[in-house]
Design a protein. Structure first.
Length: 207
């Protein structure tokens, strides 16, 4: 299974690296970071780069597309090379997936029309602008399109897909190998459980 993760300026690192770590540990899986041109791509904090080792044109038909989100998503929506690649690759991919606001790039490529989808809670309603049905869940599968909510949900999505493509035991072994055993110190990972006023402060960190 060959997974392509397209990078663009100001992507969110964990959106890409979380699923990458899950899938790269899986036997027989290969993950490639791609971009319009090879080389380093700066994340949304401006302090970390990931290297695209292949061009979009070098990998037109990956088995899986995994699009990260980030504050650079808005600018990336007007990148015809990236959006066009997603649309074309989707036609042949077993799965077309996204994490967080990466779903907006799927929407711009016409992938979400008429489908259930999710994204970061702060922007969920905007999925309707792309003809999608917004769903407030960690991972949403609609046919060959699978979307994950904000950032950390990408790990859940990758494990879910690995279990389906390989088997649950393989996915469980990878989860144990990376010791993915979330026990957060606060119960504020969702606006449903966060105290009043925290949502506004949280959004100010990412806008």
């Amino acid at each position: 299974m060959h997974v392509a993760i397209p990078l663009y300026p100001r992507f969110t690192a964990l959106d890409a690296v979380g699923p990458y770590t899950v899938l790269a540990f899986a036997p027989g899986w290969r993950v490639t970071f791609v971009a319009p041109e090879t080389g380093p791509v700066l994340d949304d904090r401006g302090t970390l780069t990931l290297t695209a080792t292949a061009r979009l044109a070098d990998l037109p038909r990956p088995d899986m597309i995994l699009v990260p989100g980030g504050v650079g998503t808005l600018d990336a929506l007007s990148d015809p090379a990236l959006v066009g690649w997603i649309a074309a690759a989707h036609e042949h991919a077993r799965w077309t997936t996204s994490v967080c606001s990466g779903s907006f790039l799927l929407g711009a490529a016409g992938v979400l029309r008429g489908r259930r989808a999710t994204t970061h809670w702060g922007f969920l309603d905007r999925l309707a602008e792309f003809g999608a049905e917004p769903v407030s869940e960690r991972v949403v599968a609609d046919g060959t399109v699978v979307t994950a909510a904000g950032v950390s949900a990408g790990i859940d999505m990758a494990l879910t897909l690995l279990a389906e493509a390989a088997d649950p035991t393989t996915a469980q072994a990878v989860q144990l190998a990376i010791e993915y055993d979330p026990q957060p110190p606060f119960g504020t990972g969702s606006p449903k459980t966060a105290p009043a006023g925290l949502a506004e402060r949280a959004l100010s960190l990412i806008n």
